[in-house]
Design a binder for this molecule. Structure first.
Ligand SMILES: Cc1cc2nc3c(=O)[nH]c(=O)nc-3n(C[C@H](O)[C@H](O)[C@H](O)COP(=O)(O)O)c2cc1C
Length: 182
């Protein structure tokens, strides 16, 4: 798949098949992410591969957050597992946050580029991806589970795998978001 085709084909998946993802596929996603542009060569991204034990706890926490700890019936549990338990791989991308605000801003942008590269690499290998933020990514227990060092902040969870379904997203025509100056 060429780059333009991968960009067009990439779509965020929200529900997933329980299909495993080969380590070699994830490795190529990480290599692609690591090729992202980075002003001042600070290489601020860190990748944490979340193994099965931590994944099980992440799924349980996600269900707890979604249900407010109330009892979950089977259908609802299956739905939530398709969102959080099924994706074949989970990579957490964190940023080493610089003290200087301008540096930190540019480093965040570099991390965002790394995530997009990772998702495009997944697409190019026939998989789907999702970048998520939100309550789960900020949960204090998640920090501990991921053994995130002080000074690092989560930029996103990147879920990789085979989608169960893909939502259609309509976006404005590019002309609507483009200006020209003479
Ligand atoms: C910084 C960032 C954070 C995101 N966080 C979430 C999230 O927490 N939950 C979610 O469902 N989608 C999240 N997304 C994915 C967007 O919802 C998705 O990109 C958008 O719907 C457009 O769809 P597309 O990726 O298929 O083009 C996030 C995307 C970005 C760039």
């Amino acid at each position: 798949m060429d780059t333009l085709a991968a960009m067009r084909a990439r779509r965020t998946a929200h529900r997933w098949q329980p299909t495993p993802v080969d380590d070699a596929v994830v490795e190529r996603c990480l290599e692609a992410a690591h090729q992202a542009p980075c002003h001042k060569h600070t290489w601020p991204w860190r990748f944490t591969l979340v193994g099965p034990r931590a994944r099980a706890r992440v799924t349980a926490l996600a269900i707890e957050l979604k249900t407010g700890g109330r009892p979950v019936h089977d259908k609802q549990r299956a739905f939530l597992v398709s969102q959080f338990g099924n994706p074949g791989a989970l990579v957490v991308v964190s940023q080493v946050v610089a003290e200087d605000a301008e540096r930190a801003r540019e480093d965040y942008a570099a991390c965002a580029c790394a995530i997009e590269n990772m998702m495009l690499a997944a697409t190019a290998q026939g998989l789907h991806a999702k970048w998520s933020t939100g309550g789960l990514t900020r949960h204090p227990e998640v920090r501990t589970l991921l053994a995130l060092p002080d000074g690092e902040e989560v930029v996103g969870f990147v879920w990789l795998g085979e989608a169960l379904e893909l939502p259609s997203v309509s976006r404005p025509p590019v002309a609507e978001v483009t200006r020209s100056v003479p």
